[in-house]
Design a protein around this ligand. Structure first.
Ligand SMILES: Nc1ncnc2c1ncn2[C@@H]1O[C@H](COP(=O)(O)OP(=O)(O)OP(=O)(O)O)[C@@H](O)[C@H]1O
Ligand SMILES: [Mg+2]
Length: 645
């Protein structure tokens, strides 16, 4: 501690002997005042050493006057603040100007509080500094309040900076006061590049200058602006933005600023454009495709009909949407349509239906409609889409085909009946044979019984033969009845060899009558084929009878040979070969034509019907002339996998 100087008028110490009037007394008086005032005051010598501190300050710092007097001012200042403070104090001392600094000062309890320390120089008559007088003001609370405000402000600043939309604060003239980070990111401008510049000059493309000015006017009149527009970043590549500009008014100062908030919607616009494009493309396709297309919403009500639909019904989109389309449906079909569509819609299932729809000219046309549920790329149900095709012509063609099929089966029936008619004698003979055999066997039976010693064993055997004969004749009759019957074709597993044997049995006596021998070469273990037995019998009837006719016409005894074989893995090959007159010269390929005949009583249908029967079974029927005599008709029948295995 340095020695304090004796000439100092304000000395800390006892004042008991001092009287008013002399310097001691006035010093005493002043000190009492200074000690009493509710503040911290001090004085220092021109070189800055403390000369005096009032009692209140000493009490506050918990220091004795000895610790303070003669010391530099910064004794109780917090070490961190000290050097700055001392530097400032020395500068003030050097320049002789008033001093002011903030520093934390230690309390008696060791804690620090912020003080504002001020000092002014007192000059003597010559202008030299005789003393410094100072005061310390506790500004801790103020400081804390200031800090709080600073913190708040920086928090708000942070919020402003981090706002996910690009924000520009503009003054009333549209000049930029401030921008945030997102603005910099979106438009590529740093804050220092844009401050004080007109936002319109900066980011508004020329073609939009007029509308931007209009926004300014609206803001000025206190309106907000909310638009989707285009703005130009620094790199020149325009972006779609949604712009929200709002005037900010303060009650005291009127309109102070405008906020312009930009959101980049380029991606959304792109998606929208793509959607629009695909919508346009869909419409173009739907309107040109040669089908009638419609869509429904998720409520099941129709919301779109393609041009071909509208052209077809001759109605407008407005008339057709919703349930309007049902007005064009034939009244008898409306319920059926709804019964089909609604449950499918409910279960989100595809559906298909046929109904009559009124065409623009008033005619009801049959349409085939099919619809399926459609989904968004995200998998959300979006309604149904469907198309209709006019099938009236197809339907009538089908009906025509069905009619033809019936005529054909009529014809086949007639062909069978007439062919059987030709065989009447032969058939009668065939039936008669087992009946006369039965007759003979019955007589034999009686004979064995009529003996004195009836031979029961022999009689029983004869009776059994009677039964066999009767069974045979009834079998023949039922086979013939089937051939006379009209009926729909029926597919079953058929043993072709068996059919051949049956047909031979019907024709045997007819052949014998003309000294024709029927021979067979039947492949053993021929797999069964899927066929209509009666139709197959009819083919054999026709071919065998034609063969017999050809031999008869040749006026010589001859052979009719029937072969069956398995020609490949998946086919059965049948041939009917005769030794007759052979095919009509030059007309071999005509024999299959309907109504082609060379016979006085012939209809010329036999081969034509036979060929259509074989073809309907998936096979082929053809003829070749034999090298020596006669002709050979051959046909194939496909074997189904199960049978071929
Ligand atoms: N095996 C054959 N040999 C020589 N010519 C034949 C033979 N089969 C058929 N034809 C010729 O083919 C024609 C047509 O035969 P198809 O069976 O279709 O009719 P059709 O026998 O004349 O009359 P339908 O069978 O109706 O009584 C016969 O008239 C005959 O000229
Ligand atoms: Mg014939």
């Amino acid at each position: 501690m340095r020695q304090s100087r004796s000439s100092e008028p304000l000395r800390q110490g006892s004042a008991a002997t001092q009287t008013p009037g002399d310097p001691q007394t006035s010093g005493f008086h002043l000190r009492s005042v200074l000690d009493a005032i509710p503040g911290f005051v001090w004085s220092a010598l021109p070189d800055g050493d403390v000369e005096f501190c009032n009692q209140r300050w000493l009490a506050y710092t918990g220091m004795s006057s000895d610790e303070v007097i003669g010391e530099e001012l910064a004794v109780a200042i917090r070490p961190q603040d000290k050097s700055g403070f001392v530097e400032k104090w020395r500068a003030a001392l050097a320049q002789g100007e008033s001093f002011e600094a903030e520093a934390r000062t230690r309390q008696a309890d060791g804690r620090y509080r912020w003080f504002l320390i001020r000092a002014v120089p007192l000059r003597d008559a010559e202008g030299g500094i005789s003393r410094w007088y100072g005061s310390n003001v506790d500004i801790e609370d103020l400081k804390q309040a200031q800090d709080e405000v600073l913190k708040q402000t920086s928090r708000l600043d942070e919020l402003f900076e981090q706002t996910p939309e690009a924000v520009a604060v503009l003054n009333a003239d549209g000049r930029i006061i401030r921008i945030n980070k997102e603005f910099t990111r979106m438009f590529g401008y740093d804050p220092h590049e844009v401050l004080e510049r007109s936002v319109n000059d900066l980011i508004v493309p020329e073609r939009l200058a007029e509308s931007a000015l209009e926004y300014n006017r609206r803001l000025k009149s206190g309106d907000r602006v909310e638009v989707e527009t285009v703005r130009r970043p620094k790199n020149g590549t325009d972006v779609h933005v949604s712009l929200l500009a709002v005037p900010v008014n303060s009650a005291s100062a009127g309109q102070v600023a405008n906020y312009a908030i930009y959101r980049d919607i380029t991606e959304r616009k792109r998606v929208e454009e793509r959607l629009l494009e695909s919508e346009v493309r869909f419409q173009a396709i739907a309107d040109t495709a040669p089908v009638m297309i419609w869509t429904t919403g998720t409520d099941g009500l129709c919301n779109y009909f393609s041009k071909p639909w509208l052209d077809f019904t001759g109605r407008t989109m407005q008339q057709e949407v919703g349930m309007g389309w049902t007005e064009g449906v034939h009244p008898d079909d409306v319920q059926g349509c709804l019964d089909r569509f609604l449950p499918a819609f409910h279960d989100r299932l595809p559906f298909r239906m046929e109904y009559r729809l009124r065409r623009a000219d008033g005619e009801y046309r049959w349409v085939d409609e099919s619809g399926i549920p459609r989904y968004t790329p995200g998998g959300e149900f979006a309604g149904y889409i469907g198309c209709n095709i006019d099938i009236t012509d197809r339907k009538s063609a089908e009906e025509e085909r069905e009619r033809l099929r019936q005529v054909q089966s009529e014809l086949a029936h007639i062909n069978r009946v007439t062919t059987m008619g030709e065989l009447a004698a032969s058939i009668a003979h065939e039936i008669k044979q087992p009946i006369s055999a039965a007759h003979t066997n019955a007589k034999t039976c009686l004979r064995w019984l009529g003996r004195n010693q009836p031979d029961i064993k022999e009689a029983r055997e004869a009776a059994s033969r009677v039964i066999q004969d009767v069974i045979r004749s009834s079998e023949i009759i039922s086979r013939i009845r089937v051939l006379f019957k009209k009926g729909e074709p029926e597919r079953e597993w058929v043993d072709v060899n068996e059919v051949i044997r049956e047909m031979i049995s019907l024709m045997r006596s007819e052949a014998a009558r003309h000294t024709i021998s029927i021979r067979t070469e039947l492949a053993p273990q021929l797999p069964d084929v899927r066929a209509d037995r009666v139709q197959l019998q009819q083919v054999f009837l026709n071919l065998m009878l034609n063969g017999i006719d050809a031999i008869i016409e040749g006026n010589a005894a001859g052979d009719l040979t029937i072969k069956s074989e398995r020609n490949s893995d998946c086919q059965v090959l049948i041939s009917v070969s005769d030794t007759g007159i052979g095919l009509p010269p030059e007309q071999a390929n005509k024999v299959f034509d309907a109504f082609f005949t060379t016979k006085p009583q012939g209809t010329g249908m036999g081969l034509s019907i036979s060929r259509s029967i074989i073809e309907s079974h998936g096979g082929r029927l053809w003829v070749t002339g034999n090298s020596d005599r006669g002709a050979t008709f051959q046909f194939t029948l496909p074997l189904e996998k199960a049978a071929a295995a």
